[in-house]
Design a protein around this ligand. Structure first.
Ligand code: NAD
Ligand code: MG
Length: 389
């Protein structure tokens, strides 16, 4: 037997990020089952170099092409191929040297490499939810055409996916998408108006990249996840219910047509959904801490406060109307979060930027890929002009 036959060759897009680094830990613990073939980063050249020297991938890509020579020089004693720039990220995604892409770039920047990988027939472990928010119809249609599995990494969607194993023929009545509520759970507008970057970056249960941390604080993250769930599991908007569950033990639930509800549970640790997506359909052993129910006194649930966290209402509107509205919303949100992280606008201003951009950019009910790109660009420049970026 060829011992290498079962080694899955992985491309980690966004290897220097929170998800990327945790994926490398998972792979290190299971180096008999996974090999690292591609690593990519945007600007963090030092960490990319360190990861490359350690994991010896076939190739690396640095998004910021001003950093090409530094990475190239640092890896000159190895036979690792070095590429740079946005186009290289897209081209490498279509190369033969790997089997599965972990799509862990943050934001719209992850879209083109991911769609290229799908077109090239690669399996996708999807952390980059924005890809489905931007053009979920095209992504899912292409995946079906190319017979490419899209395995969610987002913990809620991994939970739903796991609940659906063995239920292929059983329709879903609804999904209960749980949310921790973020660092400002229970707070009202008069508090949020003064919130700064530092507060928003402190999530109670998860340690994540800056953008998703802010999205969790505004509940936009849950809105993006509703749209992500719609596409992954082919749901109608009314089949997706958001439930605040501050302990983050139940990662989401599926209710079937007989009223039976399945939940997937565990401690909040992204390494578990990452490992599940990489190893799917297998479950492989690990030594992560286990959930001990004797130590968890209560699991609580409540409705989200849509009046205070208006980003979630905006996302629900985008989910309902569909077309290019989620794409527009996503672009405006990326600009708003960027500005908030640089102390250019306040916490609540983010909602205004998103709302006005959604009103302004023309609605297209069934956009082509080109029209999605245009909507993204238009929304970005409208939002950026509004805040004078
Ligand atoms: P992060 O900011 O920690 O890392 C982002 C990665 O993307 C980095 O490697 C960075 O170099 C790369 N990147 C950023 N901009 C880029 C660009 N323009 N071009 C090329 N590469 C670029 O983010 P993260 O927290 O790891 O999140 C990654 C994705 O996973 C996001 O879509 C997020 O919503 C999703 N996700 C994250 C978590 C989590 O716990 N961190 C959980 C669920 C889903
Ligand atoms: Mg999530």
């Amino acid at each position: 037997m060829d011992v290498h036959a079962s080694v899955k060759r992985i491309a980690i897009y966004g290897s220097t990020g929170s998800i990327g680094r945790q994926a490398l830990e998972v792979i290190t613990a299971h180096s008999d089952q996974f090999s690292v073939e591609v690593l990519t980063a945007n600007t963090n050249d030092d960490l990319l170099i360190e990861q490359a020297l350690h994991f010896k991938p076939n190739m690396v890509v640095i998004g910021d092409d001003t950093k090409y020579s530094k990475v190239k020089d640092a890896l000159s004693s190895t036979d690792i191929k070095v590429f740079a720039g946005e186009k290289a990220l897209e081209e490498v995604a279509a190369m033969d040297c790997y089997d599965l892409m972990l799509a862990a770039i943050v934001g719209y920047a992850g879209f083109k490499p991911t769609i290229n990988a799908i077109n090239a027939g690669k399996a996708i472990a999807l952390a980059n939810k924005e890809t489905l928010v931007v053009a979920g119809d095209i992504v899912m249609r292409t995946a079906v055409e190319k017979r490419v599995p899209i395995i969610p990494v987002d913990s809620e969607h991994s939970a739903i996916f796991q609940c659906l194993v063995g239920e292929m023929r059983n329709p879903i009545e609804k999904v209960l998408l749980t949310a921790s509520g973020g660092p400002f759970l229970g707070k009202k507008t008069n508090f949020l108006v003064n919130v700064k970057r530092e507060h928003a970056l402190q999530h109670p249960n998860w340690n994540m990249g800056a953008k998703i941390s802010v999205d969790s604080a505004t509940l936009m993250n849950k809105g993006l996840e509703m749209i992500e769930a719609k596409w992954l599991f082919n749901l109608k908007p009314e089949q997706i219910q958001v439930l605040i569950h501050p302990q983050s033990i139940i990662h989401s639930m599926v209710q079937f047509q007989d009223g039976s509800i399945k939940a997937q549970m565990g401690l909040p640790d992204m390494k578990l959904p990452i490992q599940y997506a990489l190893a799917f359909p297998k479950r492989i052993p690990n030594d992560f801490p286990r959930c001990d129910f004797r130590k968890i006194n209560t699991l609580t649930f409540e409705d989200p406060d849509l009046r205070t966290f208006r980003n979630l209402s905006l996302a629900m509107e985008a989910l309902d109307k569909g077309g290019n509205l989620p794409c527009i919303m996503n672009a405006a949100n990326e600009i708003a979060v960027y500005a908030f992280l640089r102390n250019r606008i306040g916490f609540l201003d983010m909602t205004d930027v998103i709302e006005k951009t959604m009103e302004k950019v023309s609605f297209i009910a069934q956009p082509s890929l080109e029209q999605y790109y245009e909507s993204d660009g238009e929304a970005r420049s409208y939002a950026a002009d509004m805040i004078d970026l």
